[in-house]
Design a protein around this ligand. Structure first.
Ligand code: GRF
Length: 193
């Protein structure tokens, strides 16, 4: 079976990245992680990737200042070098420019901790609690120019309980993310040319 060359982009902890790396060890998984790329040199996920024997790279966004496209051109060059076919954003905390998004349209997915289209952007769990929602969850979606706006590939849900805080809710949702993302990524690979 064809295994698509995968890059995972991270900014921090990397627990979703690790869930994908673990799932991808299966012989019938349709993606092969070739690169973990971070915009932060201190991202804990980089060490986890190394433990999994996956090549890592870092393009620190800071020296680029407000020139987001220059930062992305550097990332793109590394992605091309590794002949990447699909990108999974996993806690990657930079908003991407239309230039980068267009370059990777149909080949880039993201995980977002809400039941999209509810709560794009930040502080999703707090917003769900404040709204009195009965449930919260996570979504894997295709990346388009509007932040967290692309078509949803798959979602998982959990109840919001009366005493929930952001932390307790996040702790309930995170394991669902880890189950959802590898599954949704496998599904996304089916639609690659
Ligand atoms: C996850 O909650 C993900 O949904 C969001 O950022 C967090 C990243 O966590 N986009 P991790 O780095 O995967 O542990």
């Amino acid at each position: 079976m064809k295994k698509h060359r995968l890059a995972i982009l991270i900014s921090g902890r990397g627990s979703n990245m690790e869930a994908i790396l673990s799932a991808a060890t299966a012989s019938d998984y349709p993606a092969e992680p070739k690169l973990v790329l971070s915009n932060r040199p201190d991202a804990a996920g980089l060490q986890i990737a190394t433990k999994h024997r996956v090549q890592t790279a870092c393009v620190d966004h800071k020296p680029f200042g407000s020139d987001r496209e220059a930062f992305e051109r550097q990332m793109d060059a590394i992605l091309q070098e590794h002949q990447i076919e699909i990108i999974a954003l996993a806690g990657f905390m930079r908003v991407l420019t239309p230039w980068f998004v267009r370059r990777w349209t149909g080949r880039m997915i993201n995980i977002h901790p809400s039941l999209l289209p509810k709560y794009p952007g930040l502080n999703t769990h707090q917003r769900a609690i404040d709204a009195g929602d009965p449930e919260a969850g996570c979504s894997v979606h295709w990346v388009t120019e509007g932040v967290d706006e692309g078509a949803v590939i798959a979602q998982a849900k959990a109840p919001i309980l009366p005493d929930d805080t952001v932390d307790s809710l996040a702790a309930r949702i995170l394991p669902l993310e880890h189950e959802l993302y590898p599954r949704a990524l496998a599904e996304a690979c089916q639609s690659l040319k």
